[in-house]
Write a protein that binds this ligand. Sequence first.
Ligand SMILES: C[S@@+](CC[C@H](N)C(=O)[O-])C[C@H]1O[C@@H](n2cnc3c(N)ncnc32)[C@H](O)[C@@H]1O
Length: 260
Amino acid sequence: MHKLLIQREKKEYVKELDREVTITKRHEYFVSDIAKDFGTMHGTIKAKDLKAKDGSIVKSSQGTEFIVLSPTFPDMFKRIRKQAQTVMAKDLGLILAETGVGADSLAVDAGAGSGAMACFLARHVKKVVTYEIRDDFLENVKANIKLLGLTNVTLKHGDITKNVAEKNVDLFTLDLPEPWHTIPVVAKALKVGGWLAGYCPHVSQVMQLADAIRKDKRLQLIKCVELIQRDWVVDAQRSRPDNRGVGHTAFLVFARKFQS
Ligand SMILES: C[S@@+](CC[C@H](N)C(=O)[O-])C[C@H]1O[C@@H](n2cnc3c(N)ncnc32)[C@H](O)[C@@H]1O
């Protein structure tokens, strides 16, 4: 069983500066074994306190207060081990919103990479089958599926450009260097009305993928989107865009199968 320990941010008014300053930044600790005492920068939390109910405030050996919480799916998702570059939440959310997949849907994904796309989809659809060509990535994907407690993800070792066993697929997600080579396989496996979502970091990939989609009479290119996320700093003194932030992730290419 896992737990989160949240040390709240502490601010104090400093007269000489005539403003509030941060005394302690918010710290978040992920506890993977609640049977053992847990060490933080501000002292140790006893194992019995880690079992306290959500929202309880517990004190470390140095007297620092922490809130105990059970991690949610996004808390766990942030902690998957990344062996290949993963897809960010903003792009995952848009794939769900555009394609409308849900509790009765079958999704096929390639390449599995670290399994992030497959695991996120699995939280929302009935079943996900994810294909990965590299055998040295498989164990990590399996470990990530286990960490998230998912039972509806099937990991297959194989080349997605060759063939897939799945039929009547509602959503096919592609995140691999040359997605255009998969189009005959994707078009065959999708059900009529099903969606293809291609995650393409480079514009050259968008062009080649769009070209391959256009040449397949079963598919129709719907749209290409780049979703830009801008984080803001909001506190007592400031309300403005953050100096740092998420840069470019990828372009999302959406297509749909309209005829068999
Ligand atoms: C950027 S990673 C995918 C990351 C994944 N979407 C995630 O969120 O964790 C691209 C993956 O595609 C795999 N790949 C490349 N060509 C493939 C193919 N023809 N069939 C299956 N997997 C392939 C690579 O080995 C690599 O692991």
